[in-house]
Design a protein around this ligand. Sequence first.
Ligand code: PPS
Length: 406
Amino acid sequence: MMNTLPLIKSFLLLMRQPYTSIARNVYMKQSSQVSRSCWIQNEANYFTSGHIRKYCVNQTDAIKNPKQQKKGTGVKILKYISGFVGACVLTGISLRLYKRLKYKLKGLEPVQNRHYGWKHQAYHYQGYILPSFVAGAIDEINSFEVRKDDIWIVGFPKSGTTWLGEIIFLIENGVDFEKAKSKIEDRFPYFEYFYPGLKVIENTPSPRYMKTHLPFSLLPSDYKEKKPKTFYLARNPKDTLISFHFFLQEFFVQSMWNFTMSLEDYSQLFLDGKVHYGPWWKHVVEGWEKRNDDHVFYITYEDMKIDLHGSIKRIAIFLGKNLSSEEIEAIASHCSFEAMRKNKFVNYCWLKDAGVAKKDAHFIRKGQIGNWKNHLSNDLETKLDSMMAINLEPAGIKFKDSPKTD
Ligand code: PPS
């Protein structure tokens, strides 16, 4: 060991600070107390830096006083821990800032709203509010390869997209109910959702069916060129709002976003255009403006509710299929509210089994026109009417009322 001493010393001189303490510890373990003490004194002469000198003197004291040494080790451990924690915090902050900058460059601005909390952020993007999982996939969405023979449903959340999806799927698949015996999210996926995901949809053989809650202006850039057959589905805002509020309260609550907002607060958020995929009116006006495009079929929840058979027939004609009255009847009966509510392939009951939704929740909940009348105050009703008067009337958009009220 004695032969290696000069080597260690030269090494220490060369490397100065970072490796000093490591080499010192190796040495300390292997030499006697006296020689250690002498060596440390010598070493103090070598190192002129104030920091090292202080360290060496401390070490000498520590040898003389083992209690002090123990205390010193404790302080050292604390220093390492606080250094580690500090580094983690700094890394976290840097990553957050990096993400923010990256998003900013893409035109995504986080929504400053206490209701969204820090876990479940929403982002402003080209005039809309997007949930964070959509914001995170914005590049993949933009570059998604659309095919001419795709069939799309575009509609604000809770407009009846699952219902319309089941109708289209049956029309497209020869009214074969056996083919409809698998989960709807696999047969008619939610385009921008993380299940099954854009990659899976991209690799699905044609014809592909997909539904999206994105407005027309945010569809993949390829969409405008390919012009696949698209259904735009709209629903009156009052029922949409009530349905959305129930959905957020009863589904996905435990895992993602502990949604506790009152209907009053949520309605205000809706009126401010700040719910996910909002502003609702902007979304609907965009859909309405496309209604005369050859590849677009504009339909409302109310149309389907008031005349399901007639709606199925019109949908089939748009898809280029000629259905017999028996086939229309069979689809209407399979897609009635009662039948769909019981159908495990479309009612998302597996979300309850997975513990994601409340046990007594129903995705296919009321299925009515005018259910809002049981929930909205007069004040909110007036505010929603005025929102429609300002934003929909100039475009000439109207929603049919319920033939019978609750
Ligand atoms: S989501 O989460 O955005 O995909 O929801 P979406 O499927 O678009 O809309 C859900 C609402 O559609 C109602 N629904 C039906 N109504 C009548 N008949 C049938 N067959 C039907 N299927 C679904 C569903 O009940 C939701 O509306 P509310 O008002 O909550 O009942």
